[in-house]
Structures are given as structure tokens and as C-alpha cells.
Design a protein around this ligand. Structure first.
Ligand code: KIV
Length: 271
């Protein structure tokens, strides 16, 4: 089937994404941080944008996401929101800004007021009460499990998660708990493709994968990886600028390849 990437016609909402899951139509997400790329994402049909705390590494020159502050996030969420009127914008909550439900509410409010339509938090079942609290107060949440970079020291580095039966069972249980607690999207990072498939089939909310194989409802890549700006790119990423003639061409190819099920390929996937 041929797919063409087109500009978004109207604002993407959580209902749009739920319908995509129901209709088994894949959607896309790009982690990006500024107004011009946000505008280009809208024109090339990128349904969701993540203003990720990866900006610590991709933009600010840190070697992890841990030094990223609320002020960094607010500055970049505002820029992205100015550049894009149609994509659903998710704003990352930085390290230790949601350690308690009260702290989460205070900081999520600021991210929403900066122009995000959803906040993203990293962690498993321990976040259930925080997500319920935010959801009840009108703040949509994307829960991020698997490889959670803010916990890199606890995880012992950037490693694939969920490879043992016990770890896989915990991640599946976490996914169900977080979905039931009111999360609107589940982001799965660096987990085996079969586990991502099992989780995607087990929950009603859309899943977005990165290094999680081809069976999630959506894919996310960091714009620096899409455009070949990462000196040592991760296995799960692809430089789409190699075959495209310009940046809009690279984003368009990414969108088309995700929707057609061409990206990710087996070489981008973990077993
Ligand atoms: O911060 C980020 O950009 C992310 C993605 C890599 C999923 O969390």
C-alpha cells in the first residue's frame, strides 16, 4: 500500500490517537526541541512531538538527562509550541521533578502552561497514584517504561530491559497498572520486540516504541538521529537524511516508512 506524508489538517488529540490504535493505523512521534523543526514536523504529518529531556545530550552538551532542569524544559516546550499548531506536544518531566504526587502536580502544571498537551514521566507501577492524580486534574500523561534514561545509574547503563521472563512479566504488569491508573500513552524504550507486541495487545491505550520493534502503535525517534547528527547512533535509530535531499525530505521519509511498516527493520530491533 502506498502512503504519502501530508501536512496535518487539524489538531491531533488523545482521541485521534486512540482511534488510530483501534483502526490499526500507525502514527509517528519525533523528539525535537525548537520552533523551526516543530513547524516542519507539522508540515510533514508528524502526529506527536516529544520535547524530550534528551535535549540535555542532543542540544545542551551534557552526557545524560540528569542535569536537565524545569527551566530548560519550559524554554524548549514554549519554542516548540510556538512553531506548531497541530501536533500533540508532549513535554518531559525532568529527573526528580515528580518524585512525589504533589511535586508532580506542581511541575506538570508549569509544563502544560508552557504549551504542552501532555506530560511524560519515567517509571513503573510506583507512578500509578501520581498518574491518577494528574489525570483527575485534567493533565494527560505518557508513561515511559523499559529503558528509562533517568534511572541509568540504577539500571547499570543504557541496557535493553525485559529480556528475562521475570523482567518481562514485571514490565507487562507495570504497563497494565499504568494504563489502568489513567495514562493516555505508554512509551516503550529498548525492550524485545515480542514483549512490546504483548504489551501493545494487552492495553487499550496507544504504545509508542523506540528500540521496541515494529509492533507498537507508533514509533518515536530523536530528530538528531533522523538527521545524522549523532556521532555514535544507537542501533535502533536510522539516519533518514542519507537518502533524502533535505530535512523535510528526511522527516517525510521517516513518516512514510513508519506508516508503511518499513521502519523499524530487524536490524533496529532487539530480541
Ligand atoms: O527524552 C527523550 O527524547 C525520550 C525519547 C528518546 C523516547 O525519552
Amino acid at each position: 500500500m502506498a502512503y504519502a506524508s501530508e501536512p496535518l489538517k487539524k489538531r491531533i488529540t488523545i482521541h485521534t490517537l486512540l482511534k488510530r490504535k483501534k483502526d490499526q493505523e500507525r502514527f509517528t512521534c519525533v523528539a525535537l526541541y525548537d520552533a523551526p523543526l516543530a513547524a516542519m514536523a507539522e508540515k510533514t504529518g508528524v502526529e506527536t512531538i516529544l520535547v524530550g529531556d534528551s535535549l540535555g545530550m542532543t542540544v545542551l552538551g551534557y552526557d545524560s538527562t540528569l542535569p536537565v532542569t524545569m527551566e530548560h524544559m519550559l524554554y524548549h516546550v514554549e519554542a516548540v509550541a510556538r512553531g506548531n499548531q497541530k501536533s500533540l506536544i508532549m513535554g518531559d518531566m525532568p529527573f526528580m521533578t515528580y518524585a512525589t504526587p504533589e511535586q508532580a502536580l506542581q511541575n506538570a502544571t508549569r509544563i502544560m502552561q508552557a504549551g504542552a498537551h501532555m506530560v511524560k514521566v519515567e517509571g513503573g507501577a510506583w507512578l500509578a497514584s501520581t498518574i491518577t492524580m494528574l489525570a483527575e486534574r485534567g493533565i494527560p500523561v505518557c508513561a515511559h517504561i523499559g529503558l528509562t534514561p533517568q534511572s541509568m545509574h540504577k539500571l547499570g547503563g543504557f541496557r535493553v530491559q525485559g529480556r528475562t521472563e521475570a523482567q518481562a512479566a514485571t514490565l507487562l504488569q507495570d504497563a497494565q497498572t499504568l494504563a489502568q491508573s489513567g495514562a493516555d500513552i505508554l512509551l516503550l524504550e529498548c525492550v524485545p520486540s515480542q514483549l512490546a507486541k504483548d504489551i501493545t495487545e494487552a492495553i487499550e491505550i496507544p504504545t509508542i516504541g523506540i528500540g521496541a520493534g515494529r509492533y507498537t502503535d507508533a514509533q518515536v525517534l530523536v530528530v538528531n538521529d533522523i538527521l545524522g547528527l549523532t556521532p555514535t547512533p544507537p542501533k535502533f535509530s536510522k539516519n533518514f537524511l542519507v537518502e533524502a535531499k533535505d530535512i523535510p525530505g528526511a522527516l517525510t521519509q521517516y513518516v512514510e516508512d513508519v506508516k508503511a511498516g518499513i521502519f523499524p527493520e530487524a536490524i533496529h530491533t532487539f530480541d
